[in-house]
Design a protein around this ligand. Structure first.
Ligand code: AMP
Length: 280
């Protein structure tokens, strides 16, 4: 497995691979890898003959009071896991190479970033879209894989690809979970034992909503109260949002529709903000 950190070198390497007719799949990550990330690498291998992962903690997608400084890192462990999962190349650029001091160009995807995490994290998706377009330009992928855990991110990138006519197929991968249903996340490492136990209520709440929605027409506010009932009532647990949206446009829905509804949640356990979702 090759490791490259220079942007110009990765671009040269990828252009050369393309000339030779290789089909490139890209899996962008911020590192501290778990089985969710590795499932994307495995899926990528089914769609391409050259699989590239990137590791870059992108400061442009973190707000001022967010957890950039404590975002977990484990370069050595990540490289080992990527090699075992069968990645061919890892691109891990330096911050100053991605964003020199005079950097001033950004990508703004408008409508689909207005709700959910976009509403509570202003500027987050501008940072995401900008770094992903840079990574696309540097690595020239035919296919790019994103997890459905970050559903709004997936939709934002799909929108950007369509709007800017990028010749890339964006594939959404299923959410990989711990045994108790908690969605795997690099941020789970910050949870203390009690928070970790409480956090499994997110999945239980979403399953409950899915179950009831099969039998009853639920309004958005009924969905919310079902979720609150399952979540332990503790001061340290704060719901950021529980929302029903159309999974194509991410517009808020007053009630669950027969098709295309996504229930998405974000919940703080202490200082750690976790997200999850379910398609109903
Ligand atoms: P991150 O390192 O958190 O930026 O995530 C990198 C990629 O992995 C994104 O496309 C995420 O959606 C995806 N991902 C993160 N956690 C999971 C999970 N539990 N299951 C599937 N994909 C995931």
């Amino acid at each position: 497995m090759q490791i490259i950190s220079s942007p110009s070198q990765i671009q040269k390497t990828c252009l050369r691979l393309k000339k030779k007719g290789r089909r490139i799949a890209l899996v962008p990550t911020m590192g501290y890898l778990h089985d969710g990330h590795l499932s994307l690498v495995r899926l990528a291998k089914k769609h391409a003959d050259f699989v590239m992962a990137t590791i870059f903690v992108n400061p442009k997608q973190f707000g001022k009071n967010e957890d950039l400084s404590r975002y977990p890192r484990d370069e050595k462990g990540d490289l080992k896991k990527l090699q075992q999962a069968g990645a061919d190349l890892v691109f891990m650029p330096k911050l100053t190479d991605m964003y020199p001091e005079d950097f001033q160009t950004y990508v703004d995807v408008e409508m689909v970033t207005q709700t959910l995490c976009g509403a509570s994290r202003p500027g987050h998706f501008r940072g995401v879209a900008t770094v992903v377009l840079k990574l696309f330009n540097l690595t020239q992928p035919d296919v790019a894989i994103f997890g459905k855990k970050d559903f709004q991110q997936l939709v934002t990138i799909q929108r950007m690809v369509r709007d800017l006519n990028l010749p890339i197929r964006v594939i959404g991968a299923p959410i990989v979970r711990e045994k108790d249903g908690l969605a795997m996340s690099s941020r789970n490492v910050h949870l203390n034992a009690e928070e970790r136990q409480d956090a499994s209520a997110i999945r239980r709440g979403l399953i409950k909503i899915q179950d009831v929605a099969r039998r009853k027409n639920l309004t958005a506010s009924q969905v919310r109260s079902l979720f609150y009932k399952i979540l332990p009532a503790k001061k340290s647990i704060q719901v950021d949002y529980v929302s029903c949206v159309d999974r194509r446009t991410l517009e808020f829905l007053p009630k669950i529709k027969k098709t295309h509804t996504l229930i998405a949640v974000a919940v703080f356990f202490g200082k750690t903000r976790l997200i999850d979702n379910v398609e109903v």
